[in-house]
Design a protein around this ligand. Structure first.
Ligand code: K7E
Ligand code: CUA
Length: 649
């Protein structure tokens, strides 16, 4: 940094009302003395680089951020919303896991959403979220919806960005885990979910010794109904795949629209059994030099399914593997050594695959692949009859990246950025020359990375977030379990530079997408009496003056309203053993006027945003007097926003 930087800093300092340098002696800013910028730098031990990083990220109070990052919350089952470049944490969106602040999983409406995700009759209260996907229109994020997959239980959730609320969870017994989820096609026709660990389709029993014959993968194409803002399960279908342990996926765009790409890591068909005389999975799955990139013509698959060429398994229409192989739906291209990420360039032409056990990134050419498929020029077939293309004839080249390349993002200026897990760095490389031009160390062990609008047909560049698995020595010590570390990398200068570290103390943030903030237009309040899950006026919505307690055939119905600073009625009398249907409407129509509602001992905890209506059903089994109160400090008389549930013996 030279004089130019210092003068820039001084100009900024002057704007902030600080003196820059000058005659004053450095001090800690004793009483009545204005600290100069140099004083502050000295006192806090900051370098010029630190100060310029601070000026690039500091966002004054009241100023919103330019970008929003939607990150997976790992096995918290939530989604994290972060503003860029300030890296301010804005929200957790509750998705698969009950979340008390949002009252998620406590009222009848959101309990029903969570129950959609039950599997095999079992209630699930967590998820391993990996890959969020923003809805797209013509290959650009449109700011309307967000989808996210649950690796552990093969589920996909739909979040409406009008109110940042989870509206739907879908799952199929066809598969038992996923990883390539969620990925959307360029107009969000489908939300793609590919299985990870192969199991017999439909959840039947078969011993792992029958892995080759009976175990299968599958790719589920969940049909998204944008009008309704929900996945249409009946219009969804799947493709049966060999048990190669499909890994990440990406949808084609522009020239490759209509195709999807999945990679895989287990052409060895290893299934473990290290105490039964077999190699452990880690080495069993890493024997072969090549695995298979799956090239899927999903438009063709869609036609075949519409023509009735499917079997129904566990309620899902499934295009069988033999049909997919014969009809040109599924083609394999060899890919080096157990790859992890597959990412399509903004123009849709190149497919970048990186394998953690190979120092290269392999760049496939879609037009070469397409020509080979069209001419049926196959180099062979796999044991399941799937045609295989020649590796050399399918690639444009390789780029020497470094140790442990995983995932790739793009900046729209002809550069790609690949995370290097083992080298714990980001490599910037030229798509044209396939040459690395810069590297920046990250702390530590970067997994995914996300660039602004990085998965679209027109990425913005500007910022990149490195999602690091380890945070050793980055933050204060907080016991053996450390947060994970988001690092903001500045793409606005010729050299890559980390300009902010943000701890994520929630779960492993596998992946994130970053959208221009002004594309999202959230509502501020709900219409009066709205059920946010049904997106319509609630059946039991209560209006002011109509509050009441009614005894009906099925139990006692409480029609209650909340407005600053009281509940009406504030004393509710029922008899021990009554089934209680509690209907609560927040009458507020002012932005941010949220009320909470808690009842002692019944695990009742609602959050009702302005206009929102929620229901909760319970049995008042034990006689007693139960205080109830508002859990949001909503007004000066918030503490008085309370009452009693009286359960008479
Ligand atoms: Cu953690 Cu995309 Cu699930 Cu790579 S995945 S790091
Ligand atoms: Cu309502 Cu506090």
């Amino acid at each position: 940094m030279g004089t130019r930087t210092i003068s820039v800093l001084c100009a900024s300092a002057a704007a902030a009302g600080l003196a820059c340098g000058g005659g004053k002696s450095p001090s800690t800013g004793g009483a009545g003395q204005a600290a100069t910028l140099t004083d502050l730098m000295k006192t806090r031990g900051l370098s010029e680089a630190d100060v310029s990083a601070a000026l690039k990220t500091y966002t004054p109070s009241g100023k919103p951020d330019e970008y929003l990052l939607f990150g997976s919350g790992g096995h918290s089952g939530h989604v994290v919303v972060v503003g860029l470049p300030s890296m301010r944490l804005l929200k957790y969106i509750a998705v698969f896991t009950p979340e008390p602040w949002q009252g998620y999983g406590f009222d009848d409406q959101t309990k029903a959403v969570l129950a959609q995700g039950n599997r095999k009759g079992k209630e699930l209260t967590w998820a391993d979220t990996h890959h969020p996907a923003l809805s797209e229109t013509n290959g650009d994020y449109d700011g309307q919806f967000l989808f996210i997959g649950d690796k552990a239980n093969a589920r996909v959730a739909v979040i409406d960005l009008a109110d940042f609320t989870t509206k739907q969870i879908v799952t199929t017994d066809l598969i038992n885990s996923d990883h390539g989820a969620a990925f959307v096609t360029p107009n969000t026709e489908y939300v793609i979910e590919t299985s990870q660990y192969a199991t017999p389709l439909g959840g039947e029993f078969a011993d792992p010794r029958e892995y080759k014959e009976k175990y299968r993968g599958a790719a589920v194409f969940w049909k998204f109904d944008r009008e309704k803002g929900r996945i249409d399960k009946d219009a969804s279908w799947a493709i049966e795949l060999p048990p190669y342990v499909q890994d990440l996926s990406d949808a084609g765009k522009l020239v490759s629209d209509g195709y999807a790409f999945f990679n895989s890591i287990n052409t060895e068909l290893s299934w473990g059994g290290n105490a039964e005389g077999n190699p452990p999975m880690e080495s069993g799955m890493s024997q072969n030099d090549m695995d298979y990139l799956h090239v899927v013509n999903w438009k063709k698959a869609e036609e075949l399914v519409k023509a009735g060429k499917f079997d129904t398994i566990a309620g899902m229409k499934v295009l069988r593997l033999t049909t997919a192989a014969q009809e040109g739906v599924l083609t394999f291209v060899p890919e080096p050594k157990s790859p992890h990420g597959v990412d399509i360039t903004p123009d849709g032409e190149d497919i970048v695959v990186s394998g953690k056990l190979d120092t290269h990134g392999t760049v496939y050419s879609f037009s070469k692949i397409k020509a080979l498929i069209d001419q049926k020029q196959y180099a062979g077939k796999d044991p399941y009859g799937v045609p295989i293309l020649d590796y050399k004839a399918s690639i444009r080249g390789q780029v020497e990246l470094g140790l442990g390349p995983l995932h790739t993002q793009f900046d729209g200026n002809g550069f790609a950025y690949t995370s290097l897990f083992l080298e714990t760095a980001v490599a910037k490389w030229s798509l044209k020359d396939l040459k690395v031009v810069d590297k920046v160390p990250t702390h530590y062990n970067i997994g995914h990375l996300a660039a602004a609008e990085g998965d679209t047909v027109s990425p913005d560049g500007k910022y990149l977030v490195a999602m690091n698995k380890w945070a050793l020595d980055r933050f204060n010590k907080v016991g053996p379990l450390l947060p994970q570390n988001f690092q903001l990398v500045d793409l606005n200068e010729p050299k890559l530079r980390v300009i902010y570290d943000m701890p994520i103390p929630l779960g492993e943030p596998h992946y994130a997408q970053i959208i221009k903030a002004d594309k999202i237009k959230p509502i501020e309040i709900y219409p009066p009496g709205e059920d946010p899950i049904a997106n319509e006026t609630a059946e039991h919505a209560v209006t002011g003056g109509k509050e009441r307690v009614e005894r009906k055939a099925d139990g006692v119905h409480v029609y209650m309203t909340a407005i600053r600073s009281h509940f009406t009625p504030d004393v509710v009398r029922v008899k021990a053993g009554d089934k209680v249907f509690w209907h609560l409407t927040n009458l507020e129509q002012a932005y941010d006027a949220t009320h909470g509602f808690a009842i002692h001992a019944f695990n009742i905890n609602l959050s009702i945003e302005p206009g929102e209506h929620a229901d909760v059903t319970f049995v008042a089994d034990k006689p007693g007097v139960y205080p109830m109160y508002c859990t949001e400090f909503c007004s000066a008389l918030h503490l008085e926003m309370a009452g009693y549930l009286v359960v008479e013996p």
